[in-house]
Design a protein. Structure first.
Length: 287
């Protein structure tokens, strides 16, 4: 029987990765840019926050600095790569993520391949608080004029340019905010595990994050939340199957993606279902 501490541990880990998934949802789900380099932004946030807390800086200030460091790095990367189209941008971000990992692996100032230790500051409740703030901030952004511009770029970039939207500027904003979310996520992860090393931020992590966004449904914040919780918890639910658990996990993901290619939420939010119910009740009363 699972203990409460074990369940909270799984939920905490899911909540940590949810922050990166939310940022990637903005970039991929709402702006239409696929990235395989977000593990690199997580690494920047993790190492920045860990080094700051080891120097005596407040944990929350260190988290914010980790997010800002990742965001500033994304502006440099974005300036160089956002003019690339389609698969080329995806490949460029893949190269960036691997370059960051190799840099951390070979520079001894960051601990090299041995990694870096830091204090234990991340717990279930501060992860929940950060997640709630992240979801609310993203929801307000998406439902603003800027959010509509992101969606317009995703749907048709040339038409967006024709009506006066500065597509390059909005791509930069989307990438920057997405990287900030990933940097904060990395800081939370570092102070939950109390030890980080470059191998934790390899390409497979970026691929898993992208799978979660697609699994939940592109263009859906609710889908990202549900996808992160399900896919980060599923391997633990299947742990009793020992070495077969990852096979079953992969098969379950493939089955859902085939049976529902638009993702679990299909670009809709949970609140949309409540609106439909209220509308149906109103129509019945009117009749």
């Amino acid at each position: 029987m699972w203990s409460v501490e074990y369940v909270l541990g799984i939920m905490t880990l899911a909540g940590i990765f949810l922050m990166t998934v939310l940022g990637l949802s903005l970039l991929t789900g709402f702006t239409g840019l696929f990235s395989f380099g977000h593990a690199g932004f997580m690494a920047i946030g993790a190492y920045t926050a860990a080094m700051l807390t080891n120097s005596g800086v407040n944990f929350y200030a260190a988290l914010l600095c980790g997010g800002i460091a990742a965001g500033l790095t994304s502006l440099i990367i974005g300036r160089l790569t956002l003019n690339l189209k389609g698969d080329y941008f995806c490949i460029a971000t893949l190269g960036f993520g691997e370059a960051i990992r190799l840099l951390l692996d070979n520079v001894q100032w960051f601990g090299g391949a041995r990694g870096m230790a830091c204090g234990y500051y991340t717990n279930f409740w501060n992860v929940v608080i950060v997640n709630v703030i992240g979801v609310i901030a993203l929801a307000f952004l998406i439902h603003s004029r800027h959010g509509r511009n992101f969606v317009a770029i995703r749907e048709e970039e040339l038409a967006s340019q024709a009506i006066g939207i500065n597509t390059f500027k909005y791509k930069m904003i989307s990438l920057g905010i997405s990287a900030i979310y990933a940097g904060i996520s990395g800081g939370l992860l570092a102070h939950y595990l109390t030890y980080i090393r470059p191998l934790m931020f390899q390409l497979l992590v970026s691929q898993e994050l992208t799978i979660i966004v697609i699994f939940g449904g592109l263009g859906s914040i609710s889908g990202s939340v549900i996808g992160a919780i399900l896919l980060k918890s599923l391997p633990e639910l299947l742990r009793q199957f020992a070495q077969w658990r990852l096979v079953i996990y992969g098969a379950a993901v493939i089955f859902i993606m085939i049976s529902r290619p638009q993702g679990l939420m299909g670009g809709k939010e949970i609140t949309d279902f409540f609106k439909k119910k209220n509308k149906s009740k109103g129509e019945v009363k009117a009749q």
